[in-house]
Design a protein around this ligand. Structure first.
Ligand code: SF4
Length: 367
């Protein structure tokens, strides 16, 4: 899929690379004045600071997709990554078009599970465990994976509602196949009281299933897909230990996409919305080390000068694909709309969209 996307991607014309910030701001304001409510710009919490002033709405991927479905704009220029634009296309009306300013803004986690791998895994697991499994996928997955879950009685979930959706799934079947982020699955299930001995991991490269600990395969109730977020997997317990030694009263808050031992060693774990809320609600003078994407940490730091907010790993790289959306690409994207030649529209085919919608609707029904 990645090569396919690259071959079709329209690249930013060279002259945008030499524009000053002022010129880009002027150009964006000009197009917005012309298009008015015909255009909206949702932007994910992990986006670069330079695009945020143009956001009509900020939030996590699902909140932005839901919000986009409530507006009448014909053009939705999504500042985020590919799977988010897909979800937005699935949830919005037929007359609304979703554009991704740089189509190379993918997500390494979403790319760790494709439909072919999942079909192979499903065949193996059905033979091994029979009709005892329900597939669940994190919204950070491709439309094709969501569609598979929709077609097989499963649902999507977010980091905010993972527990609720997993509880629903266990009321239906004995086992869950959890895609594509092993860490969110493991951390949530452990919180629910499921021991590691009842968890196994499916490796989509070698097509093998391994118990997490020396558990009996027959006892496994959670089958984790071997995927991860390259940003959150970079946080370690050594970083936590160093910080606690340097600043004993620091509170550590991490996203549940972080590895199990990191979540266990932190003071708090929660979705991006939960992290934002927790820091907002903390008293002046609070000290926080945050284990999530750098752009959000820097924004929290700027928004709360009365608190000490730092990254759990100040030397980490930001999410490279999130960072592909810059002011140059945003300017280009919306100017192309005004010229009547929109670029990088994200369109999910109807069959995939309706199956994926089924998985998303099951999650909504649990809200
Ligand atoms: S932060 Fe992680 S999950 Fe989010 S887009 Fe980047 S790689 Fe994907």
């Amino acid at each position: 899929m990645a090569l396919d996307v690259l071959s079709k991607t329209l690249r930013l014309p060279a002259h945008y690379k030499h524009m000053s910030m002022e010129e880009m701001h002027e150009r964006i304001h000009k197009v917005r004045a012309t298009l008015g409510e015909e255009l909206v710009i949702p932007a994910h919490h992990y986006q670069k600071e330079e695009v945020m002033p143009f956001a009509d709405k900020t939030g996590d991927s699902l909140a932005l997709a839901q919000w986009s479905s409530t507006v009448d704009a014909s053009w939705i220029v999504f500042c985020g990554v590919h799977f988010m634009a897909e979800t937005t296309d699935i949830l919005t009306k037929d007359n609304q078009k979703v554009l991704l300013p740089d189509e190379r803004a993918g997500c390494s986690m979403a790319d760790m599970a494709n439909h072919y791998q999942l079909s192979r895994s499903w065949e193996y697991l059905q033979k091994r465990f029979g009709d005892t499994i329900i597939p669940l996928t994190y919204v950070n997955s491709t439309a094709a994976i969501k569609a598979f879950c929709g077609d097989h009685g499963g649902a999507t979930l977010t980091s905010s509602n993972a527990r609720k959706v997993m509880e629903w799934a266990y009321s239906k079947k004995k086992r869950i196949l959890f895609l594509p982020d092993q860490h969110l699955g493991r951390n949530t299930a452990f919180d629910m009281g499921i021991p590691l001995t009842k968890m196994g991991m499916w490796d989509p490269i070698t097509d093998t299933l391994k118990s997490e600990l020396a558990g009996n395969e027959e006892d496994l109730v959670l089958l984790l897909w071997k995927g991860h977020c390259s940003v959150h997997q970079g946080f370690t317990t050594a970083q936590i230990a160093t910080l606690r030694e340097e600043t004993p009263d620091v509170r550590i808050i991490v996203h549940p996409e972080c590895p199990f031992d990191v979540v266990q060693a932190a003071d708090v774990s929660g979705s991006t919305a939960a992290i934002i809320k927790e820091i907002e609600a903390s008293p002046p003078g609070s000290k926080w080390a945050v284990g999530t994407e750098m752009n959000l940490v820097n924004r929290l730091k700027a928004q709360h000068p009365d608190k000490e907010v730092t990254s759990l790993n100040p030397h980490m790289c930001p999410c490279l694909t999130m960072n592909r959306i810059d002011l140059q690409h945003l300017t280009w994207s919306i100017e192309q709309i005004a010229l009547g030649q929109p670029v990088n529209q994200i369109k999910v085919d109807q069959q995939t969209a309706s199956s994926a919608r089924r998985a998303i609707d099951r999650m909504f029904q649990l809200a």
